[in-house]
Design a protein around this ligand. Structure first.
Ligand SMILES: Nc1ncnc2c1ncn2[C@@H]1O[C@H](COP(=O)(O)OP(=O)(O)OP(=O)(O)O)[C@@H](O)[C@H]1O
Ligand SMILES: [Mg+2]
Length: 473
């Protein structure tokens, strides 16, 4: 973070300072007392399991200069506020305004699927043009976004922000913390459909990003998604379209997949064409790469540089299409970070593109889909069958509909479509079944924790080459 005095922190947050207003925060802003370093500002947040206020003493012991907290504490100076999370947003907003006045270019990314993947591509592309803040992971809410903003400083040229929403007004609120100059909308799918109610409401909410853009801003819209293209009328800024279709301003032609399911294509903009060979897995990454390209072009990069940087970009965040090979020749694809109908289909398509003697999909349920959930799970089972999955293993009580769907599409119950009660049963079954040449996709919503199963599958073999499994190939 930029250096701020405690007086400035109190002013920006509207809090009451106990202690010396002239002392400065010289380090980072952090919520975790275990990561506090000397000079940091510790933010005490009451979470579901732990209350940060219980760790004020520990933060002070680790060198925190002060805390942003809802009550004073004798251990260290405190900026006392009603709601530390809201105050964190105000602090980030004040810091962002200063950095924006100094020329920082802020880029926001939203959509139902692919925000983190696109942010990781865009962050790596922009980093070739100047100092960039774009942390790995999914910092897209009222805590993660301000923390990302606060990790920028006067040297930062590009700030890439992931913006998530669980309801109307959420993205508008994040844009009030840090108003982007460039806003990217990827797609409108069914993530969190249960909370939103309908795809139209999701489109309305995602479009809050383009509504927040200034007159000299740019909305980078995926023209292949009609609901996203429909947002073109909602921005004061310029519109740049991306997509596979012929009408998009930034598009991909000649898309093909190599034998690791990584896409190659020609990046086409008016008057220019450059080859791209992605290192991230799955055809869905073409759309993400085009969105990242559009945003980087809007930020002033040359097309040739964008194409080269996209080809150099590697996977950054865990559990998204991590392809790892066991010593015995079984390949595990860990895409267990989260799941919704669109991302399940994207992952199944990627599985279909990987060379294998047998393709096995180990799928758990998709959470938060609302009243359409049962039908979506059945449809997923049918889609898995249509995608050429040789064996479907549906894990957990909520996933039984996936197995039923595959059976209704002609897969033999208990042989080609199996339902198991939990992760342990899936592990046991697969320990018996897996053979060299098999490729196993593991995916479910976050709450089912199937990344643990994917990790177990990688170690469930004698002589596993663990060293080879450290990267995220
Ligand atoms: N453009 C896309 N279209 C469909 N599915 C995608 C796309 N990009 C990524 N995915 C799938 O979605 C999963 C999650 O990707 P990612 O983490 O990038 O999304 P996210 O939007 O950041 O999710 P979250 O809302 O959890 O933050 C990936 O593992 C992949 O299966
Ligand atoms: Mg994310």
């Amino acid at each position: 973070m930029i250096a701020l005095t405690l007086g400035e922190v109190a002013e920006l947050t509207g809090g009451d300072l106990t202690g010396d207003a002239g002392r400065s925060v010289t380090g980072a802003v952090t919520l975790d007392s275990r990561t506090v370093a000397p000079g940091d500002l510790f933010v005490a947040v009451a979470g579901e399991r732990v209350d940060g206020h219980d760790f004020l003493g520990a933060a002070a012991g680790a060198g925190a200069v002060a805390a942003l907290s809802s009550r004073p504490d004798p251990a260290l100076p405190c900026v006392v506020v009603d709601d530390p999370v809201a105050a964190l947003g105000r602090l980030a907003s004040g810091v962002h305004a200063r950095l924006a006045a100094g020329g920082l270019i802020t880029l926001g990314i939203t959509g139902s699927s692919g925000k983190t993947s696109t942010k990781d591509l865009l962050g790596q592309v922009l980093a070739t043009a100047g100092p960039t803040v774009s942390p790995p992971g999914s910092y897209n809410n009222d805590i993660g976004l301000p923390l990302t903003v606060l990790s920028a400083d006067e040297d930062t040229r590009f700030l890439v922000l992931e913006m998530g929403a669980r309801g109307p007004g959420h993205i508008a609120r994040l844009c009030r913390v840090a108003r982007p100059r460039i806003g990217v909308v990827l797609n409108v799918g069914s993530a969190h459909l249960g909370e939103f109610g309908s795809a139209e409401v999701i489109a309305q909410a995602k479009g809050e990003l383009v509504e927040a853009l200034p007159d000299d801003g740019t909305a980078v819209l995926n023209a292949d998604d009609p609901r996203v293209l429909g947002m073109a009328t909602r921005t004061a800024g310029r519109v740049m379209t991306t997509g596979r279709g012929p009408d998009a301003e930034v598009r991909a032609t000649g898309v093909s997949l190599d034998d690791s399911a990584r896409a190659r294509f020609t990046l086409v903009v008016p008057g220019e064409e450059h080859p791209v060979a992605l290192q991230v897995v799955g055809e869905h990454q073409v759309a993400n790469a085009l969105s990242a390209a559009g945003a980087a072009l809007a930020a002033g990069m040359a097309t040739a540089d964008v194409a080269a940087a996209l080809s150099g970009a590697v996977p950054r965040s865990r559990w998204r299409m991590e392809v790892e090979r066991r010593a015995d020749g079984v390949t595990v694809v860990n895409d267990a970070y989260n799941a919704n109908p669109e991302s399940m289909r994207a992952a199944l398509a990627a599985l279909a593109g990987l060379p294998a003697t047998r393709r096995i999909a180990v799928l758990g349920a998709m959470a938060e889909l609302g009243p359409g959930a049962a039908a979506e799970h059945e449809r997923l089972g049918r889609d898995a069958a249509a995608a050429g999955v040789d064996l479907l293993v549906a894990v957990g009580a909520d996933a039984v509909g996936i197995a039923d769907g595959a059976i209704s599409a002609g897969r033999r119950a208990g042989e080609e479509s199996v339902h198991v009660p939990d992760r342990a049963a899936a592990r046991e079954l697969l320990a018996q079944l897996l053979r060299p040449g098999d490729v196993v996709l593991v995916k479910a919503s976050r709450s089912y924790g199937l990344e643990l199963l994917a990790a177990d599958l990688l170690t469930d073999v004698a002589g596993s080459d663990e060293g080879a499994n450290e990267g995220m190939a």
